[in-house]
Design a protein around this ligand. Sequence first.
Ligand SMILES: [Zn+2]
Length: 376
Amino acid sequence: MRPAGAVVDVSNVCWSPRIPPLGRQVPLLSRLEAVRECWVRTYGTAAPLTLIGDRSLQHTLPPGDRHRLHESVRSGELRLVPYADPVLLALARDRGLHVISSDRFVDQRRDHPWIAGAADRFLSWTYDTADDTAGDPAGLRLAPSGIREVPEQDKSRQEEAKELSFAYRINVRDAAHRRVLRSAWRCTTPSCIEAMSSPDRLLTWPRLGGDGAVLCPSCRRPLEDIGPRGVTRVIVVADRAGGEIIRFPISENLALVIGRGRLPYGINLDARGLPFPRARARVSRQHVKLQMSGTARMPRLTAVDLASRNGTAIKRFGMPAERRLTSGEEVVVGDKDELLLGGAVLVRQSGHRFSSGLVLPELDDQGGSVTEGTDS
Ligand SMILES: [Zn+2]
C-alpha cells in the first residue's frame, strides 16, 4: 500500500542507537535526516512527512543541533509539544498516516484502540551492517515495527510505569527505586497540604529528587520512611467510557475515602486539573470508602457506600447487570469488578498488581514471583 504520508516521532528517532552513529545514547538530528532520506528513497517525495517532537529536545540535543532544531520549528517544518505520543497518534488516526517510530505505544492503546488493527502503518527501522555501509545512511531500511494486540494487564502496567516515571521520577526498572515504592512514607512538614490531609501516611507515591532523595510531591521536602507498605494495589478512577481521571495506591491498614473537596484520608476528585468534570460532579463529598487487607497472595479490597447522594453500584466481572449498594453495605471488590459512583464514575483495580515487598512482578530482582490467583 502506498502511504498517504507519515508522521515522525522525532524524539524517538533522534534517540535511536540503531541509527548511525550506532550505539551512541545521545539524541542527534542527523538520525532524523537519515530517516527522511530513507523515506524518500522508499516512497518518493509525493508522500509528505509530518515531524512531531517532545519539547525536551530543546535541552537534550547537543548545542550544535539545537540551532537547527529552532530553525525547523520556526519554518513550521517541525512541531514541538510537551508530550508527542498522543499528538502524533491523533494525527495519524485522523489523516490515515503512517507512523515512524520504534515505540509500540502500549501505554496509549486505551485511547487509541485502532493501533492494533493498523500494524502495517507503524514503521520502525533496521540498519544493515553486513556490507560496508557502516555509518552510511543508505544502510537504513524502514520495516513494520511489530504492532500486536496488547493484553489489558500489560496496558495498565505500562501506563503505571509511565506515570511513575513522568510524575514521580521513579524508574520501576531500578532496584533502588522499587525499594522506595515498597515503603510507606510520611510528610512531617507542618504547612504541607499533603501532611495536613494525611498526617500518618502519604497517600500518593513519593517523588524522587535528582540526588535520589525521597521527597513529598506536594512540598518537595524529604519524607520519613515509616516501614514496609504491605499489601498494595493501584486504584484507577475513570469516567464511564474508561477515560482516566486519577490513579492512586492503596495499602493495608489505611482506609481511603473517594469524594470531593479536601478530606482527611480522602482522594479529592475536585483537585485542580482533573478531567471529566460532568462525571465527577455526580460524586458526593464523601462517597465511598475503600480498604485493603488480606495477604500478598490473597489481597482483599472492600468498599462501603457512605450514604452518597447518587449512590454506588457494583458491576461484577462477567455479570450483565450492576447492583446498587445500600448505604453502609460493605462489599468485596474482586480483581476485575468495578464500582460505579453516581452512575458516572468507575473505580477499578489497575491490572498491575503490587504486593508486599514486590513491585512489578515481571521485573522483580529477587526471584520471587507472585502469580495471578495462585496460592500454593
Ligand atoms: Zn509535604
